[in-house]
Design a protein around this ligand. Structure first.
Ligand code: FES
Length: 140
């Protein structure tokens, strides 16, 4: 089994796909490869996270950094700053209301932190097309 230091979990639910998630995923994969990170960083298409109006969204695992309304134009800067320099990008994070501080982690956003997921507890964390992912997260 291959290990990666980071997983880019790109939401590929209907809402995010309609906002360009697959184009974003492809751009991330190309930029990760171009920067020589393909053996360290895996880009994964996940199921819907439930925050569709902020799409396309992506979580960086294992830190849980949450990015929203991403565009292909954001990709080179995101890979450079976050994955190469280790500096998460505030301007791509969720801001609850104008003038408030960006919230870096998905788990700290009100929408997510009050949820208690049972059946969908692995949503957004695994590739729904890989049984190995479901098994690894005790979902099978
Ligand atoms: S489709 Fe991405 S959060 Fe729902």
């Amino acid at each position: 089994m291959k290990y990666y230091r980071a997983h880019l979990l790109v939401c590929a639910g209907t809402g995010c796909v309609s906002c360009g998630a697959f184009t974003l995923k492809e751009a991330l994969e190309k930029e990760v490869a171009r920067r020589g990170l393909a053996d360290e960083v895996l880009v994964v298409a996940t199921g819907c996270n439930g925050f569709c109006e902020r799409g396309p969204i992506m979580m960086v695992h294992p830190e849980g950094i949450f990015y929203q309304r991403l565009t292909v134009e954001d990709v080179p800067f995101l890979v450079e700053e976050h994955l190469l320099k280790g500096r998460p990008i505030q301007k791509l994070m969720y801001v609850p209301s104008p003038g408030t501080t960006p919230i870096p982690k998905m788990s700290d956003i009100d929408f997510f932190k009050h949820q208690r997921l049972i059946v969908l507890r692995n949503r957004g964390r695994i590739d729904p097309e890989r049984i190995e992912d479901a098994i690894a997260y005790d979902g099978y």
